[in-house]
Each structure stands twice: as structure tokens, then as C-alpha cells.
Design a protein around this ligand. Structure first.
Ligand SMILES: *[C@@H]1O[C@H](CO)[C@@H](O)[C@H](O)[C@H]1NC(C)=O
Ligand SMILES: *[C@@H]1O[C@H](CO)[C@@H](O)[C@H](O)[C@H]1NC(C)=O
Ligand SMILES: *[C@@H]1O[C@H](CO)[C@@H](O)[C@H](O)[C@H]1NC(C)=O
Ligand SMILES: *[C@@H]1O[C@H](CO)[C@@H](O)[C@H](O)[C@H]1NC(C)=O
Ligand SMILES: *[C@@H]1O[C@H](CO)[C@@H](O)[C@H](O)[C@H]1NC(C)=O
Ligand SMILES: *[C@@H]1O[C@H](CO)[C@@H](O)[C@H](O)[C@H]1NC(C)=O
Ligand SMILES: *[C@@H]1O[C@H](CO)[C@@H](O)[C@H](O)[C@H]1NC(C)=O
Ligand SMILES: *[C@@H]1O[C@H](CO)[C@@H](O)[C@H](O)[C@H]1NC(C)=O
Ligand SMILES: *[C@@H]1O[C@H](CO)[C@@H](O)[C@H](O)[C@H]1NC(C)=O
Ligand SMILES: *[C@@H]1O[C@H](CO)[C@@H](O)[C@H](O)[C@H]1NC(C)=O
Length: 313
């Protein structure tokens, strides 16, 4: 049997005037160059450039870090570079490091000479960002992108209620995490006879305080009703926090410290496995939030239709 696979619509919302938001589909990489809106460029082979290369090539070298979060700086004064690498909470150490390595190559290639950039690799398996300004401990909700399943729940009111309640409980758990990991996954039942399962994941960069993590995820949960109301799956992806729910399981293990499952480890395949129709939309929205700098009126939009034909067994 063959089934017609995934078609997603990505809307990129970004907060600076000339930012280019792009997807490198071949590499499953989403990125924004220069989210900082002062047009910061560094010259090739400048001190900033070499500092950036040094920092990124050593970012994951601290052997004491096994929880998927890297934050460090390199250089002095105006040539100081700050970087954050965050892996999804269920990604194993080795995969995490490879994910960040690949992101390093892609991000510095796509955002050549930009002082600030951010990118997500492989369905948000990891995020990499860097800047000349300090980016630690801040709740930054932009630039962000949203992705949703084109299929809708049939029982809208009840579905939205359950999803909200469920995500709120995950938010509480994630925000209560420690400074190594602020992450929660789980599942809940929804539907007329409670026979449909939804799976959810939320995560903050663990350098955020409990309150800031909470703030970030509150914004994201609120956003669902704007971008993704009643959708059977959605992702709200921001620099400081990440939210996703689906009707099929898309994460490996409840926590990275769990002992390995005896059954084969599921592969993180694209999870939009229902056959949705093509969808296209234009939308503009405004993210009012708690970034450390000015929140610029949000422009919008960018879209992608991914379609693949799955062939029979
Ligand atoms: C970062 O670089 C931009 C552009 O060169 C500059 O305007 C800004 O002041 C720098 N920020 C910091 C914190 O050095
Ligand atoms: C930068 O340095 C490399 C290696 O030293 C050199 O090959 C390249 O020509 C330099 N580029 C510029 C623009 O100076
Ligand atoms: C930063 O300054 C310190 C003290 O002057 C110096 O030892 C160090 O090498 C500098 N680091 C870089 C990357 O230039
Ligand atoms: C990194 O990229 C290489 C080459 O494209 C690929 O073989 C590898 O699977 C990627 N690693 C991860 C963690 O995605
Ligand atoms: C889902 O709902 C949206 C908005 O309510 C609508 O535009 C879209 O066509 C619906 N999708 C399907 C597959 O019916
Ligand atoms: C759940 O049950 C209802 C009937 O009670 C049925 O129509 C629906 O298809 C079922 N959904 C799933 C996901 O099994
Ligand atoms: C990096 O993150 C860790 C863990 O969240 C935190 O304890 C540390 O202070 C952070 N370092 C910097 C430079 O912000
Ligand atoms: C576009 O998306 C918005 C919300 O994201 C929705 O309200 C609207 O109905 C959509 N329009 C079309 C034509 O799908
Ligand atoms: C999206 O915007 C373009 C250009 O503004 C317009 O031609 C198109 O009809 C719009 N599509 C939808 C679904 O609103
Ligand atoms: C931003 O965060 C601060 C402290 O967390 C809070 O007092 C303020 O109300 C927030 N502002 C907005 C617009 O959310």
C-alpha cells in the first residue's frame, strides 16, 4: 500500500527588517541570518571570524557536559563571540554533537560574515546560535517559525481544550527543570471515546530561569490558537523555547537518562504521516514579547510544501 505523505506549511516569522529566513530542505535546516537588526557583519579573516571558528569548533568539547546544552564565549571586547547549542532533550550525546557539528557547517555557510545567526537542524533535533551580544539567560521569542499539520481535528472545542491543558502540564514540568535540562514530553488521550493519543514535547534552553522558561512557553501555547488552531500537529520554534505536539509519537525516550529501550530505537522520521491536502497560506502576525531588545513588527512568511510518495512494502 502506498500512502501520500507529508505536506507542511512553514511560516517564518521574523523580527528584523532585512532578515532572510530560509529553509535548506536538502539538509533539513531552518535558519535566520542576522536576527540582530543592526546589520552586523564581520570581515573575512577578522579577529571575530577566527574567534567564531574557534568557539564553534570547541563548543561541544567539554566532556563534562552530557545533557545537550552548550553555552560559551570566546574572545575579548568587541570581538567576543557567544554561542549556544541545544539538543532536543531525548537526543543522545553522540547524535547531539554530530547534529551541532553539521549545524556549524550549515549555519556559517548560509550566514557567511553575519555576526549573529540561528539555525535548527533535522526537525529541531538541535539548535545552534551565535552572536556578538550576550545571549545567555534571556528569554528570546524571535525569530521564530511555526509548522502545522494540514489536517484538523474533528472535535474542535474538545481538542483545543485537551491540547491546551496537556501542554500546560508539560510547560510546568519543563520550567521546573534544573539548569542542565528544561524538557518535558508526554502523551494524553483525546477524542470522542478518548481513543486518540496526542504526544507533546516542550523545552527551554536551561539557562533560563523557571519564570522565563514559563513565559516563553506561555507565549508559544497562546500562539497555537493563532497559527495552528485545531491542527492535528504543530510546532512553535523559538530561540529560547520549543513546543511540538502530534498525533503520533515523535520522540525517543521520556528522558535522556532512561535506560535504553530493549526494543529497536524508533527513527525520528517526519511525523506528518497522515495524507494532508496541499495547503498554502499567507499570514502576518505580531509577536509581542519579552526579547531583550526591541520587538520589531513582524513581517512574515515563507512556505514550503514537502511531498513524498511512500511506496509499498
Ligand atoms: C555587535 O556588532 C554590531 C555591528 O558591528 C554593533 O553595532 C554592536 O554594538 C555589537 N554588539 C556588541 C554587544 O558588541
Ligand atoms: C583568509 O585566509 C585564508 C587562509 O589564510 C586565505 O586563503 C584567504 O585568501 C583569506 N581571505 C581573505 C578575504 O583575506
Ligand atoms: C583575551 O585577553 C586576554 C588577556 O589580555 C588574553 O590572554 C587572551 O589571549 C585574549 N583572548 C583572545 C581570544 O584574544
Ligand atoms: C551530518 O551530515 C552528514 C553528511 O551530510 C550525515 O551523514 C550525518 O548523518 C549528519 N549527522 C546528523 C547527526 O544528522
Ligand atoms: C483545516 O482548517 C483550516 C482553517 O480552519 C482550513 O483552512 C483547512 O482547509 C482545514 N484542513 C482540512 C484538511 O480540512
Ligand atoms: C475514535 O472513535 C470514534 C468513534 O467513537 C471513531 O469515529 C474514530 O475514528 C476513532 N479514532 C481513532 C483515532 O481511532
Ligand atoms: C551556561 O549554562 C549553565 C547551565 O544552564 C549555567 O549554569 C551557566 O551560568 C551558563 N554560562 C554562562 C556563561 O551563562
Ligand atoms: C490562513 O491562516 C490563518 C491563521 O494562521 C487562518 O485564520 C486563515 O483561515 C488561513 N487562510 C487560508 C486561506 O487558509
Ligand atoms: C498570498 O499572497 C499572494 C501575494 O500577495 C496572493 O497572490 C495570493 O492569492 C495569497 N494567497 C492566499 C491563499 O491568500
Ligand atoms: C516581560 O518579562 C517581565 C519579567 O519577566 C515581565 O514583568 C513583563 O510583564 C514581561 N512583558 C511582557 C510584554 O510580557
Amino acid at each position: 500500500m502506498s500512502s501520500f505523505l507529508c505536506s507542511l506549511l512553514l511560516i517564518f516569522i521574523f523580527t528584523s527588517q532585512l532578515t532572510i529566513a530560509t529553509t535548506d530542505t536538502a539538509n533539513k535546516f531552518q535558519y535566520f541570518c542576522d536576527q540582530n537588526n543592526d546589520g552586523g557583519n564581520y570581515p573575512t579573516n577578522s579577529t571575530y571570524h577566527t574567534n567564531l571558528n574557534t568557539l564553534l569548533s570547541t563548543l561541544t568539547s567539554n566532556k563534562d557536559i552530557n545533557y545537550g546544552f552548550y553555552n560559551s564565549s570566546y574572545g575579548n571586547n568587541t570581538d567576543k563571540v557567544n554561542a549556544i547549542g541545544l539538543c532536543r532533550g531525548d537526543v543522545k550525546l553522540n547524535d547531539c554533537q554530530n547534529c551541532l557539528k553539521n549545524s556549524t557547517v550549515l549555519l556559517t555557510q548560509h550566514c557567511q560574515n553575519r555576526k549573529e545567526a540561528i539555525g535548527w537542524y533535522n526537525d529541531e533535533e538541535c539548535m545552534l546560535r551565535y552572536s556578538n551580544r550576550s545571549i545567555f539567560g534571556l528569554n528570546e521569542i524571535g525569530p521564530a517559525y511555526f509548522v502545522w499539520n494540514t489536517n484538523n481535528a474533528t472535535n474542535e472545542v474538545e481538542f483545543n481544550k485537551v491540547v491546551n491543558f496537556f501542554l500546560d502540564s508539560l510547560r510546568n514540568r519543563a520550567a521546573s527543570g534544573d539548569s542542565d535540562l528544561k524538557y518535558a514530553v508526554g502523551s494524553d488521550e483525546v477524542g470522542p471515546s478518548n481513543n486518540q493519543t496526542i504526544y507533546g514535547l516542550v523545552q527551554c534552553t536551561p539557562d533560563l530561569s523557571k519564570t522565563l522558561c514559563d513565559d516563553c512557553l506561555v507565549q508559544s501555547i497562546k500562539e497555537i490558537s493563532n497559527c495552528c488552531n485545531n491542527r492535528l500537529g504543530a510546532r512553535i520554534v523559538r530561540p529560547s523555547c520549543n513546543l511540538r505536539y502530534e498525533t503520533n509519537s515523535f520522540f525517543y525516550q521520556p528522558t535522556p537518562s532512561d535506560s535504553p529501550s530493549p526494543s529497536p530505537v524508533p527513527v525520528p522520521v517526519p511525523s506528518f504521516s497522515t495524507p494532508p491536502p496541499f495547503a498554502q497560506n499567507n499570514t502576518s502576525s505580531q509577536d509581542k514579547g519579552n526579547t531583550s531588545r526591541n520587538v520589531v513588527p513582524v513581517i512574515l512568511l515563507m512556505l514550503i510544501l514537502l511531498c513524498s510518495l511512500l511506496s509499498s512494502f
